[in-house]
Structures are given as C-alpha cells and as structure tokens.
Design a protein around this ligand. Structure first.
Ligand SMILES: NC(=O)c1ccc[n+]([C@@H]2O[C@H](COP(=O)([O-])OP(=O)(O)OC[C@H]3O[C@@H](n4cnc5c(N)ncnc54)[C@H](OP(=O)(O)O)[C@@H]3O)[C@@H](O)[C@H]2O)c1
Length: 365
C-alpha cells in the first residue's frame, strides 16, 4: 500500500474557529471522509502561532487540541516565526477580518500555501492582489468557505446540475438567510460590532446567505455581477447588524439574501425555487438536512446527515486533495468565486453605509 499524502498544517490565530477546524480535521471519523479513511491523505498539525504570546499558542496546543500525540506541534509567539518553519506546508489563517490581507500576503511571500478564513479580504482590490501573488508564486490559495464542501451542498448541486436524477426544472429564485443573536455587550462579539475589526453582519454571516445565491444562480461564476439593492439596520457603531440584499441576474433570476445579528431564524435557512419544484435546506452555513419537492408538493428527496464533528473537515480534506494533485486553486471554490463575493460585499457595504477606515481598505502591506 502506498503511503498517504501528508499535509502539514500551521495555524495562525489560535481562537474560536481555529479550535473547531483543527479538531475537526484531526479527529473526525466520519465515514464520508473517504480519502482520510483509506489513507490517501493525512492531516498533521505541525505549528501554531499566536500574535500575542507563545503561552497562548502553547495553551491552544495543550488545552484546545484533542489528539493523542501532539508532541510535534511547534508553538510560536509571533506570526513571523511560522512563515520560516520549513515543516509547514500550508497556513490556515483564522484571525480577525482586518488582518487577513496582510497576513495572507506575508504567508504567500514566504512561500506558504494558504487557506484564508472568510471574509477573504476587506475589499475586492485586496482579493485581486492576493490572487495575483499566489499565481505568480504557484501557491495554493483558497477562501475558507467550508459550506461548499458539505455533502448537503454537494448533493443539491448534483441534483440541480447533473449527475443525480430529479427533474424539478431550472432555478428561478434563491431565498437564503443566516440570522442569530450577537449580544451587543458580549466582549466575544467585538468582531461583529467594531468597524475597526472589519465588522458588520454582512461580512460575518451574510456571506453564507449570499453564497447560496451565487452558487446556484451563477453556478459557473460566469454571469455579470448581479444588480444589487440592499438595506440594513446599522448598530450604534455604524456597522450593519440586520441586512437584506436583493440580487437580480441578467437572465431574470432573483435572490433575496438576508442576515441578522439581532434576531434568530428558527425556520429553514434556504429555499431554491425551480420551475417544477423546490429545494429546502435547514441551515445556510452548517447544513445537515435537505428536502426536494415537486410543484404538487410531493416529497421527492429527503436526506439528513449525522456528521462526526463540525463538518469543517470536508473543507480540510478538499484542500489536502488539491495539494496532493499539485493544484494552486480549488476547482470547486475558485479564486474567481472569492473575487465575485468581494465585489458584492463592497457594493452592499457601500449601499448600507458600513464604512471602514482607509487603513483597513488599503492595499499596503
Ligand atoms: N468558517 C466559519 O464558520 C467561521 C466562524 C467564525 C469565524 N470565522 C472567521 O474566522 C476569523 C476568526 O474568527 P474567530 O471567531 O475565531 O476570532 P477570534 O477567536 O476572536 O480570534 C482569533 C485569533 O486571532 C488572533 N488575533 C490576531 N490579531 C488580533 C486582533 N487584533 N484582535 C483580536 N484577535 C487577534 C488572536 O490570537 P493571537 O493574538 O493569539 O494570535 C485570536 O485568538 C474571522 O475572520 C471570522 O470571520 C469563520
């Protein structure tokens, strides 16, 4: 038997999402992780970097990461050190939004592949620069939009675009929402409320709602940028905290994407209306269940998944498979997708008055 392709991960920003992501790819035994279970690929965490202190990185290694042996994980008290670690193949950047551009630029400059958390960058200009740099250096770069690798998302694509049989016609409209309550006075919610951190709900959770529209109304990412009209209720800090966007494509298809940090949506998050039926999905960011109905309301498909973990490991496995093939871009979530999203986010932020400082918007590194 041939040995697995090993991906040596370095993590920058040992916070909330890094804890979930790393534990997921190291520990999940989900039977759907075929390439891990058949030992085609293997993930290793080899380094953790904190911007504040080596103790924070060490704490992350000792207390947040659950794996039987974590002897080989190097801990760094600055981000610079991880760039120079020859063992690190790819850096997962899981730091607040306003740091993404600079850290990713530096990681690529030092010859590391990068998986960069969403929102990819503060604006479209920054996204373009990183894309160009990764191309020049022949390095892998992807926005960490994990939902796209979730089997719910993938199976719905199969039903609507090809390989699975289920004729509900062509897609006419996508309605999607992601809403949850972000308490104003909770210190853990600063990333949402502070403009200086690149806050606002459209940049945080709105992306998930919007990507259902983009992914299903513009599957090949080839249409012109849709017409967009958006409105928001803004928090006292100026960032959007409850936001609605209507997107209209040239072919007449429409999307309504909403997100909120002040109300919770207890219903289903996604509805894809087709000419002969509809698809319903339980959650926009972390889908676990979906239904397909025809126009007579007959249920054609219903599937519910029980994931072993957060289902972020599908994204990690996809990245590993791309690296094993020597790809510099994901064929499923290309940099053109991230670029289009960054343009749409620029437009919505402008329309709703979520204005960041020149420093955040700058392309200086
Ligand atoms: N994919 C998802 O589902 C998902 C979910 C939540 C968040 N995210 C994204 O992931 C990123 C991180 O989110 P998070 O919730 O994990 O953030 P977090 O826990 O607040 O911060 C992550 C880490 O970033 C580092 N950091 C670097 N500069 C910082 C600064 N100026 N202020 C605060 N922390 C700083 C901190 O570690 P050190 O100082 O020790 O380096 C911190 O632990 C965000 O871009 C967010 O949009 C994605």
């Amino acid at each position: 038997m041939s040995s697995p392709f090993v991906v040596n991960w370095g993590v920058m920003g040992p916070g909330r999402i890094a804890t979930l992501f790393v534990n997921d790819f190291l520990n999940s035994k989900d039977p759907l992780r075929k390439s891990v279970l058949d030992k085609t690929i293997e993930h290793r965490l080899v380094a953790v970097a904190s911007s504040s202190s080596v103790d924070r990185a060490q704490k992350f290694k000792d207390e947040s990461i659950h794996q039987s042996s974590n002897e080989e994980i190097k801990c760094y008290g600055s981000y610079d050190e991880i760039y120079d670690d020859p063992k690190v193949d790819i850096i997962y950047i899981a730091t607040p939004n306003m740091t993404h551009f600079k850290l990713c630029y530096q990681a690529l400059t030092h010859g590391k592949h990068v998986l960069l958390e969403k929102p990819f960058t503060i604006n479209h200009r920054q996204c373009e620069i990183l894309t160009r740099l990764a191309k020049e250096k022949h390095l892998f770069l992807m926005e960490a939009y994990w939902t796209k690798f979730n089997p719910v998302y993938r199976e719905i694509c199969d039903y609507l675009f090809g390989s699975k049989e289920c004729d509900i016609g062509t897609i006419e409209r996508v309605i999607s929402d992601l809403s949850m309550v972000f308490p104003r006075n909770d210190p853990g919610m600063e990333r949402i409320y502070k403009p200086e951190l690149g806050g606002g709900v459209i940049m945080d959770i709105g992306i998930y709602a919007l990507y259902w529209a983009l992914g299903f109304l513009d599957k090949d990412n080839k249409q012109a940028i849709p017409q967009i009209t958006s409105f928001a209720h803004n928090a006292d800090t100026g960032v959007d905290i409850s936001t609605a966007a209507i997107l209209k494509y040239g072919n007449g298809t429409l999307a309504v994407s909403t997100c909120s940090g002040i109300v919770k949506n207890e219903g289903h998050d996604v509805l894809i209306n087709c000419t002969k039926g509809r698809v319903i999905v339980d959650q926009a960011s972390h889908p676990t269940e979906y239904w397909i109905y025809d126009n007579e309301n007959k249920q054609l498909v219903h599937k519910k998944f029980e994931f072993d973990g957060e289902a972020m490991y599908f994204e990690a496995d996809h990245v590993a498979e791309c690296l094993s093939k020597g790809l510099t871009e994901s064929p499923l979530h290309t940099m053109a997708h991230a670029a289009r999203m960054s343009k749409i986010l620029d437009t919505i932020r402008k329309q709703v008055g979520n204005v960041y400082s020149e420093t955040l918007e700058s392309v200086g590194v």
